[in-house]
Design a protein around this ligand. Structure first.
Ligand SMILES: [Fe+2]
Length: 297
């Protein structure tokens, strides 16, 4: 879209145009709003850094990512949330097609019953990912070569951003086009509490190259309550100017022995989120630990 053309479009038209360019590849699993999702509390599972290899026996740092995810999907299946988010580093290292085929096989039993929304990280290959997780739906946006997914629940909105910059290099960046899209989207959408989900942290070690620019967009938007991210392979909670920064543990392996390997169960309302760790490996001492976070107003 040229600057001149864009200038002529209203904000709503701008977003409509972005949607019209959508690649038709949205999510994995059912799209409909679930009965339990119509209550005032949404129940979602947050996973990250699955690092699934085409070799299901792949082992790293003493962990078996395939077997870990197999155990976790079993847990999800026995007590189904409304949906599942996975914040990137889906594949082991370089995002090979076989990695995603294995991931899809592991997720299918849950995806047959609940939507699973996937973001890409620095160990993913977007093209290979999209070739495997091809679907049709209305929740995906393609902006500046990136892929954004928007999810509405009764209590909060979830926006999955795309911070993949180079395959198998650590840096992450949203880019100007995606940041501009986000700003416009937030300006025209309603005031429903909103949580951003992406691979890289906004600040600190290994953070987005354009984390400060993202903060300039979201700090003045009170509807942004939290950012959920992976990449760090740690279970941690921080705040930046009242915005909660929630770091998910990896399901594949930890980087530091003190960290758990597992996933986070979340109950989200329009005033708070309750986040509980489910540790399956690594340091499991915090298994069952719950954080109750009040949203900024
Ligand atoms: Fe990772």
């Amino acid at each position: 879209m040229s600057g001149t053309t864009e200038h002529r479009l209203s904000r709503r038209q701008f977003l409509h145009g972005a949607m019209a360019l959508a690649g038709g590849i949205a999510t994995f699993g059912p799209q409909e709003v679930l009965a339990s999702d119509r209550s005032d509390s949404a129940h979602w599972a947050f996973l990250s850094d699955t690092h699934i290899s085409r070799n299901s026996r792949n082992r790293y740092r003493g962990f078996y990512p395939y077997q870990n995810l197999q155990e976790i999907t079993g847990q999800l299946n026995s007590s189904l949330p409304d949906g599942v988010i996975i914040t990137g580093d889906l594949a082991r290292l370089r995002g090979r097609s076989g990695d995603y085929q294995n991931l899809k096989k592991l997720l299918t039993p849950v995806a047959q019953k609940r939507p699973i929304h996937l973001a890409t990280g620095n160990h993913d290959n977007r093209d290979n990912f999209l070739n495997t997780f091809q679907n049709t739906g209305s929740h995906e946006w393609r902006v500046g070569g990136k892929r954004i997914v928007t999810v509405k629940t009764s209590s909060v909105n979830l926006i999955l951003l795309d911070s993949l910059l180079f395959v198998d290099l650590p840096w992450g960046r949203l880019g100007q086009a995606q940041r501009k899209w986000l700003k416009t989207y937030l300006e025209v959408c309603d005031e429903t509490p909103t949580i951003l989900c992406l691979h890289h942290p906004v600040k600190g070690f290994g953070s987005l190259l354009d984390g400060d620019s993202l903060l300039k967009v979201i700090k003045p938007m009170p509807k942004i309550k939290a950012v959920v991210h992976g990449h760090s392979h740690e279970f941690a909670f921080r705040q930046i100017d009242g915005i909660h920064m929630i770091s998910l543990p990896a399901t594949g392996y930890n980087q530091l022995s003190r960290e758990p390997v597992g996933w986070v169960d979340a109950h989200l309302t329009d005033t708070e989120g309750v986040f509980t760790l489910n540790a399956v490996a690594g340091n499991t001492r915090q298994h069952g630990h719950t954080e109750r976070l009040r949203w900024r107003t």
